[in-house]
Ligand binder design. Structure first.
Ligand SMILES: Nc1ncnc2c1ncn2[C@@H]1O[C@H](COP(=O)(O)OP(=O)(O)OP(=O)(O)O)[C@@H](O)[C@H]1O
Length: 253
């Protein structure tokens, strides 16, 4: 892999702060994420990882600092704004609808319609065909796009959620604990998918409590503690022990 350059920076959070009542969830947090890299965000429970990610994905508005995306300042008012800019999030709960099929989930809130004068009809055939393309492009192990999500395994569900996040010209894919609920084999499959996204040039921002996974997959690690960014390392230049030390505070940056 070539050494990264500044032009590779896709996400640039500068001194981002957010307070909930008396809780300073984020205090002047600065991190970057590059195209073609997996950037890990680690920290103990309550460190502020999810809150930071929610600021990037348009759920929260920071009350201080700036978030630059693709070189431009952002002021997202909703997750839709972030999505329009090319930021997709695979949330911990996946936000899939169990009773809908794979293709219906892939096209939820972005249905393809055909217009006949004033009448708009859902183009089921086009959506199913496109869903098959999306699934096969990611080589995802999903049985049939007409299967209902409730019949899928945890790994297959995760794959559908990742497929949805990457199939619509996204640039940054944020993943919050994507393998926390999965077994060993399913974790390996989902990790393959994450690596493939990176190799296709996406920037991936990965929240994970699994140090082995962080060391295996990421190129950059940012460490948070009590709402602050307390360290940043190139993964190749650090160790699991150092990251744990930064997380617990045993090592000061
Ligand atoms: N909507 C909210 N209202 C009030 N406090 C919040 C809200 N969201 C988060 N917090 C607080 O902000 C702090 C950071 O929480 P956050 O969920 O970002 O941590 P985290 O690093 O993602 O933790 P975990 O690994 O447990 O998911 C915590 O003290 C949390 O209680």
């Amino acid at each position: 892999m070539n050494a990264p350059t500044d032009e590779d920076v896709l996400l640039d959070c500068r001194d981002v702060s957010l307070t909930f009542g008396s809780v300073r969830a984020l205090v002047d947090v600065s991190i970057t994420a590059r195209r073609g890299e997996i950037t890990a965000l680690v920290g103990d429970n309550g460190a502020g990882k999810s809150t930071l990610v929610r600021c990037v994905s348009g759920i929260h508005r920071p009350d201080g600092g700036r978030i630059l995306f693709d070189g431009e300042g952002t002021a997202f008012h909703s997750p839709e704004d972030a999505r329009d800019a090319g930021i997709e999030t695979v949330h911990q709960n996946l936000a899939l609808v169990e009773d809908l099929t794979v293709w219906q989930n892939l096209f939820l809130n972005r249905e393809i319609v055909r217009r006949f004068g004033p009448v708009a009809l859902l183009d089921r055939r086009a959506m199913q065909a496109r869903a098959r393309e999306m699934v096969s492009a990611l080589a995802v192990n999903v049985p049939e796009v007409r299967s209902r999500v409730r019949r899928l395994s945890g790994g297959q569900r995760q794959a559908v959620a990742i497929c949805r996040a990457t199939g619509f010209s996204s640039k940054l894919v944020i993943m919050d604990e994507p393998t926390a609920a999965l077994g060993v084999q399913e974790t390996a499959r989902v990790e393959e998918l994450i690596v493939r996204l990176r190799d296709e040039g996406h920037a991936v921002l990965l929240i994970s409590h699994n140090f082995a996974q962080v060391m295996r997959l990421s190129q950059q690690v940012w460490v948070m503690r009590a709402g602050r960014r307390v360290g940043g390392r190139r993964t190749a230049e650090t160790s699991g022990e150092e990251i744990v030390g930064l997380i617990t505070g045993a090592i000061e940056n």
